[in-house]
Design a protein around this ligand. Structure first.
Ligand SMILES: [Zn+2]
Length: 201
């Protein structure tokens, strides 16, 4: 262990920064140094923003999204298509779909995927609340926007079974050729999935 060259406050700051995704110990030290050098322009506003967000953040009781208002900004948005419900694994997936302006529907955040090996069953996810929302009526389509992983697809199948008889049409995201993708560079599974889910031209 290297001799500490900074006080405990800075050491703690570096350790916490290092826990952020994309920041290892080295990047965390660099980030901490930038903060220290830009105390008024960056460090103090950041500390204030973090404190304010921490005080206000909560999980939306309707959809499971994380936001600083409850119900969340999306659930409050009167301009949303209330007949379409997009089911995602995590808040990050919701943000990604919003960045892409992929839908005007509302969301339901599961909070993970079924994973027997990790001991994650249906009761650990927001599946019962999804079922309740869909069976309340008014939803004509449920889009299962799960990751194209084994766990994601297993979860999608489970939800499809749960929603049987609800009257809502269950759809899922297409699997296939990415925008700008060249066939020669695709893996076999993606290419086979693209062929299987081909659409009329
Ligand atoms: Zn919400």
């Amino acid at each position: 262990m290297a001799r500490s060259v900074v006080g405990p406050e800075i050491e703690k700051l570096i350790q916490l920064l290092a826990r952020l995704p994309g920041l290892g110990p080295r990047s965390a030290r660099r980030a901490a140094l930038v903060l220290l050098k830009k105390k008024e322009a960056l460090m103090e506003p950041l500390a204030k923003a973090v404190a304010e967000a921490a005080a206000a953040v909560s999980v939306c009781p309707v959809c499971g999204n994380v936001d600083t208002q409850s119900p969340c900004t999306i659930c409050r948005d009167a301009g949303r298509d209330r007949s379409v419900l997009v089911v995602v694994e995590d808040v990050g997936d919701l943000w990604a779909l919003e960045r892409a302006t992929a839908t005007r529907g509302r969301y339901h955040v599961l909070g993970g995927v079924l994973s027997p090996l990790d001991g994650i069953g249906p009761d650990d996810l927001n599946i019962a609340s999804l079922n309740g929302r869909v069976r309340e009526g008014g939803i004509s389509e449920v889009v299962l926007a799960m990751n194209a992983t084994v766990e994601g697809q297993t979860t999608a199948h489970y939800i499809t079974d749960q929603l049987a008889g609800s009257g809502a049409r269950i759809t899922r995201l297409a699997h296939g050729v990415p925008v700008g993708g060249e066939l020669d560079y695709l893996d076999d599974g993606t290419l086979a999935a693209a062929m299987k889910s081909r659409t009329p031209f």
